[in-house]
Design a protein around this ligand. Structure first.
Ligand code: MSP
Length: 704
C-alpha cells in the first residue's frame, strides 16, 4: 500500500501564475479579472486531481514606483508594503486559493534575481555598453528621437538619459526563439498573440539593456551596486525565484518548473513570450509549457486602468452582489482571450437572469420540492439521465482549454433543460394525486432534478465556489472541497440522502443595486487624495472598437492596441517600455478628469481637419507604412501612416480623409510625419478603416 505521502507525490502537478501586479496602483477589476481566471483554473485542476501550485504577487521595484512613493510622501518600502497588502487582502477577501504570494522586495526573490544575473554573466550573455537617448519614466520606456521628443505612449515629454548599462544578448536568441515557437505551436495562446510575437521576433531582436544607474529602487547588480537590475528582468524572474531558484532548496523548482500555464494580459506578451524565454534559454532552464494572454476588460470604451482613471474596484461589486457574482460575470461575459466590457447594468442583468433566476431558482425549486414532498429525503430514481456524459465531457474540455465562457454557456444550457423538464412534468400536480404511479413519477422527476443540480453544481464549482459549497451542503453532501468531483456520473446522488438546511443561494439583486454601485464608485473617486498614487494619465486614449488614430510612428500600436506591446517595440531602443500602460499615442494633453472623460476644452485642443490625399506611395522596406502628401487647402504636408495593409496607395489619391493637424512632427523610417490620419480600428486585427463623409466637404474644414 502506498503511503499518503507517496500517493500525493504521484499526483500530476500543475503550476500556474498570474503577472505580478505593480504597486503604484491599487487593485481594480482588471487585476481581479486575471486573478479570478487563475483561481478558477487552479480550482478546476485541483478538482481533476492535480497537485496545484498557484502563484501570484506584486512587482515593487523601479523608477515609476520610487516616484509614486515620493509623491505619496512615503518611502518606497512603506508604499510598496501598503499597496501589496491591499492586493493580498482583496484576494483573501475573495477567497482566492493562491499557494504563494511573492513580493519582489522579499529576500528570497532578490537572491534569486542576482543569481540569475550572475548565471547569465557566467554564460557570457551579458556585457557592458552605453545607452544615450530619451526615456519616459511613466512608461519605463526608451524612446527614439532628439531631446524634447514626446513619449509615443503617453504624450509626456521624455527625459534625456545617458547611462552605462549592462546589456543582455537578446539578439543571440532570435533564431532559437523562432525555432521554439515553430516546434511548440501551443506555447503562446491565443493564435493572434502567437502570430504577433513571431512577427516581432522575425523583425529582428536587439540586445536589451538590463540595468539602470540613475535611481536606486531596485535589486543591485552583484558586484556593481551602482546599477540596479532592469525591473522587467527582476519581475519576470519571480516565476522561478518563488520556487526557490538560486536558493539552497531546489525542491519546488524540481517539482513544479516548467510552469504549465502562465496567465497574462495581452499587453505584456512581448515581455513574457520574447524576453522571458530568452532569459530562460540563456540560463539553461526549460521554458514554460504555455503562456496564455487574455484580452482587456474595458470600461467606458477603453481599457480599465488607473492611468485612464476609468477603474472600478472589485470591493464595490463584492459589497453589493458578492464574490461569485463578480467571478461569474467576468468569466461568462468575456470570451477568454478577447476584450470585453464591464458595466454595472450588464453585471446586474447577468446576475438576475443567470444566477438568481437561473441556477439559484433551479436549486431552490428542486430542493424545496424534495423537502416538501419527500420530507427532505432524496427519492429513489428510476428514470433515464437528464444529463449525458457527452455534455459533461464537453464542458470539461472547455475548462481544460480555458474557454470559460463556453463552459458556462453549456452548463446554463443544462440549467435550462432541467428547469424545462420540471415545468413540463408538473411535480406539484403529481404531488396532488394520491396514486402510486404519480408518486413514482414525482420521485423520478425530483430525483432527476436533484441529481442534475448536483452535477451542475460540481461543474460550476471552479467559477462560483461559495454558492457551490452552499448548495452542496443543502444537497446533504457535506463539504464540497472534500468531495471527489473528478468522476461525475449520473446516479452519484444516493437515494435516501437527507438534505441539509435550505436557504437562498442567489437572492435577486435589489432594485437599486446599480445605483448603489455607481454611487460607491463616485464617492471613492471624489475622496481620492490629490497626491494619491493613482496618478492620472495626461491624455485620453482609445481602445477598440472606438475610432483609433492611425499612428504615424508605430502604426500597429494604434491600429490594434492589443498588439501594441509586441509590434511597438520594433521601432524602439534596446530596452523597451514596461508595457502595461503602453497604449496608442494619444491626442490631447490636459489632465483627464477622474471619470476618464475629457472636457470640451480638452477636445478643442485637438485640431481635426479634412484633407485630400495628393500623393500616396509605399515606404520602402515597410509592409505597413504609406507616405502620403495631403492637401489642407492652406498647406500641403507629409504624413506617414500605418495603413498599407488595408489600402493600396493608388486607391487613396484624391480621397478626402480626416487628419489630426496639430500633432508634433515625428520621424519614421527617416521620414518626417506631420499629423495622423483618423481611422476606425476594426476586428481582431485592428484593420484600419479611414474616416470619411457622406456629404461633400471642403478641404481644410475643421471637425468640432
Ligand atoms: N508588473 C507588470 C507585470 C510583471 S509580470 C512579470 C505589470 N503589472 S500591472 O499591474 O500593470 O498588471 C498588468 C496585468 O494586470 C495585466 O497583464 C493583466 O493581467 C491585468 N490587468 C490590468 N488591467 C487589466 C484590464 N483592464 N483588463 C484585463 N487585464 C488587466 O504589467
Amino acid at each position: 500500500m502506498p503511503t499518503q505521502q507517496h500517493k500525493q507525490s504521484a499526483r500530476p502537478t500543475f503550476f500556474l501564475s498570474t503577472p505580478i501586479y505593480y504597486v503604484n496602483a491599487r487593485p481594480h477589476l482588471g487585476h481581479t479579472y486575471t486573478t479570478v481566471a487563475a483561481d478558477t483554473l487552479a480550482r478546476w485542476k485541483r478538482m481533476r486531481g492535480f497537485d496545484v501550485h498557484f502563484l501570484t504577487g506584486t512587482d515593487e521595484h523601479g523608477q515609476k514606483i520610487e516616484r509614486s512613493a515620493a509623491k505619496a510622501g512615503k518611502t518606497p518600502q512603506e508604499f510598496a508594503a501598503e499597496v501589496s497588502g491591499e492586493f493580498r487582502s482583496l484576494w483573501d477577501r475573495m477567497g482566492l486559493t493562491y499557494d504563494d504570494y511573492l513580493r519582489t522586495t522579499e529576500d528570497r526573490h532578490k537572491k534569486g534575481v542576482q543569481f540569475l544575473f550572475q548565471e547569465l554573466q557566467r554564460r557570457g550573455f551579458i556585457y557592458k555598453g552605453t545607452y544615450s537617448g530619451q526615456y519616459c519614466v511613466s512608461d519605463e520606456l526608451y524612446v527614439e528621437g532628439p531631446p524634447g521628443t514626446v513619449c509615443p505612449d503617453c504624450g509626456r515629454v521624455t527625459e534625456t538619459v545617458s547611462e552605462e548599462n549592462y546589456f543582455f544578448k537578446l539578439s543571440a536568441f532570435e533564431r532559437k526563439l523562432l525555432e521554439y515557437y515553430e516546434e511548440h505551436p501551443d506555447f503562446i495562446r491565443p493564435e493572434t498573440r502567437r502570430n504577433e510575437v513571431m512577427a516581432f521576433v522575425r523583425g529582428g531582436l536587439r540586445d536589451l539593456s538590463i540595468s539602470r544607474t540613475s535611481f536606486n529602487w531596485g535589486i543591485p547588480v552583484p558586484g556593481d551596486p551602482k546599477h540596479v537590475i532592469y525591473v522587467w528582468m527582476d519581475a519576470l524572474a519571480n516565476y522561478i525565484t518563488a520556487l526557490g531558484y538560486g536558493s539552497d532548496d531546489p525542491s519546488l523548482l524540481e517539482k513544479f518548473w516548467p510552469a504549465d500555464v502562465q496567465l497574462i494580459g495581452k499587453e505584456i506578451s512581448r515581455f513574457h513570450c520574447v524576453y522571458w524565454p530568452a532569459f530562460l534559454l540563456a540560463a539553461g532552464l526549460p521554458l514554460p509549457k504555455q503562456i496564455v494572454a487574455h484580452g482587456w476588460l474595458l470600461f467606458e470604451q477603453s481599457k480599465m486602468s488607473k492611468s485612464r482613471g476609468n477603474i472600478v474596484r472589485a470591493e464595490t461589486v463584492l459589497d453589493v452582489l458578492g464574490t461569485d457574482a463578480l467571478r461569474y460575470f467576468l468569466l461568462r461575459e468575456i470570451v477568454f482571450g478577447q476584450d470585453g466590457s464591464f458595466s454595472f447594468d450588464a453585471l446586474v442583468q447577468r446576475y438576475n437572469s443567470d444566477l438568481a433566476n437561473g441556477y439559484g431558482n433551479l436549486v431552490s425549486r428542486t430542493l424545496t420540492m424534495v423537502a416538501k414532498y419527500f420530507d427532505g429525503w432524496v427519492p429513489e430514481p428510476t428514470v433515464a439521465p437528464l444529463v449525458d456524459l457527452g455534455t459533461i465531457g464537453e464542458i470539461q474540455g472547455f475548462y481544460d482549454a480555458l474557454d470559460f465562457s463556453r463552459a458556462l454557456e453549456r452548463i446554463w444550457d443544462m440549467v435550462a433543460v432541467v428547469d424545462g423538464t420540471i415545468t413540463a412534468r408538473t411535480p406539484w400536480k403529481l404531488a396532488a394525486q394520491d396514486d402510486k404511479a404519480s408518486r413514482a413519477a414525482l420521485a423520478d422527476v425530483l430525483y432527476s432534478a436533484a441529481e442534475a443540480v448536483r452535477i451542475i453544481t460540481a461543474l460550476v464549482y471552479p467559477v462560483i465556489p461559495e454558492a457551490a459549497a452552499k448548495v452542496w451542503k443543502q444537497l446533504g453532501l457535506g463539504d464540497i472541497t472534500q468531495a471527489d468531483l473528478k468522476n461525475l456520473r449520473w446516479g452519484g446522488l444516493q437515494a435516501g440522502t437527507k438534505l441539509g438546511e435550505l436557504g437562498p443561494v442567489f437572492p435577486r439583486a435589489e432594485k437599486d443595486a446599480i445605483e448603489r454601485m455607481q454611487e460607491m464608485e463616485e464617492k471613492r473617486q471624489a475622496s481620492m487624495p490629490a497626491n494619491t498614487h493613482e496618478e492620472k494619465q495626461t491624455t485620453p486614449q482609445t481602445a477598440q472598437p472606438s475610432p483609433a488614430i492611425v499612428e504615424t510612428a508605430t502604426p500597429s500600436k494604434t491600429t490594434d492596441p492589443g498588439s501594441s506591446a509586441v509590434s511597438a517595440a520594433q521601432a524602439t531602443t534596446p530596452e523597451s517600455q514596461r508595457g502595461s500602460e503602453s497604449q496608442p499615442a494619444a491626442m490631447a494633453s490636459a489632465p483627464a478628469p477622474q471619470s476618464g472623460k475629457i472636457s470640451i476644452e480638452d477636445f478643442a485642443k485637438v485640431e481635426l481637419r479634412v484633407a485630400v490625399v495628393r500623393v500616396a506611395e509605399r515606404v520602402p522596406k515597410s509592409d505597413r507604412l504609406l507616405r502620403l502628401e495631403v492637401d489642407l487647402g492652406y498647406e500641403q504636408r507629409q504624413i506617414v501612416a500605418g495603413i498599407a495593409e488595408a489600402y493600396a496607395p493608388e486607391s487613396l489619391i484624391g480621397r478626402k480623409v480626416v487628419i489630426v493637424a496639430n500633432l508634433a512632427p515625428r520621424k519614421l523610417r527617416g521620414l518626417e510625419s506631420n499629423g495622423m490620419i483618423v481611422a476606425a480600428s476594426v476586428g481582431e486585427k485592428g484593420t484600419p478603416v479611414l474616416a470619411g463623409f457622406l456629404e461633400d466637404v471642403e478641404i481644410g474644414a475643421r471637425l468640432k
